[in-house]
Design a protein around this ligand. Structure first.
Ligand SMILES: [Zn+2]
Length: 185
């Protein structure tokens, strides 16, 4: 089943002070995936550039060229990770200005790891609470349908118009009310 964000039927959660903010768990899941990929890309680039810096080169010009490419790739991956952190924070309900200010901390070693772990942990906790599996690379693609209202929890079939007790596609028992698909936080 193709998941689209435009259908306005994502499962939501209430967060923040007195639970006044409603956030889309689909957005949290997608942005967490993006953050984890950006961190993966950064680490990969780091390993490659360390390897490249210790290799032997035919000339100094080539060595400088390789160093420049590695530096550029590292910078790009770091920017991607910072942007992804801001986007995950806003998905979790944080004010965008505050999220940007907080992300300055991403430039400080160790602090950035704590930051990533904290946002990632918050997203994971929230998603798990709503019954989705969260792996090393976030919510797997085949679990994302669970974050769409009115979709069968098991196979993702659109069960909004189904009045029977089970999903016609896979036989999974359906909740009595759509609200039961996603218990509020
Ligand atoms: Zn089903």
């Amino acid at each position: 089943m193709e998941i689209t964000m435009s259908e306005h039927q994502e499962v939501t959660a209430k967060v923040g002070w007195k639970g006044r903010k409603t956030i889309s768990l689909m957005r949290v899941a997608l942005r967490q995936r993006s953050l984890q990929r950006s961190v993966g890309a950064y680490l990969l680039t780091l390993v490659v550039s360390i390897g490249a810096s210790s290799a032997a080169y035919p000339s100094q010009a080539v060595q400088q060229m390789v160093a420049m490419c590695a530096g550029g790739a590292l910078m790009a991956a770091a920017v991607w990770a910072i942007v992804a952190t801001v986007r995950l924070q806003t998905a979790l309900g944080r004010n965008v200005v505050l999220a940007c200010i907080m992300s300055i901390g991403m430039l400080i070693p160790i602090v950035n790891i704590l930051f990533l772990a904290s946002h990632d942990g918050r997203a994971t906790k929230l998603l798990k609470k709503h019954g989705v599996r969260v792996g090393l690379l976030g919510v797997p693609r085949d679990e994302l349908h669970k974050l769409v209202q009115g979709a069968c929890r098991k196979c993702g079939y659109d069960v909004r118009t189904i009045t029977g007790p089970v999903c016609p596609e896979c036989g999974t028992p359906l909740p009595a009310a759509p609200a039961a698909v996603a218990p509020a936080a």
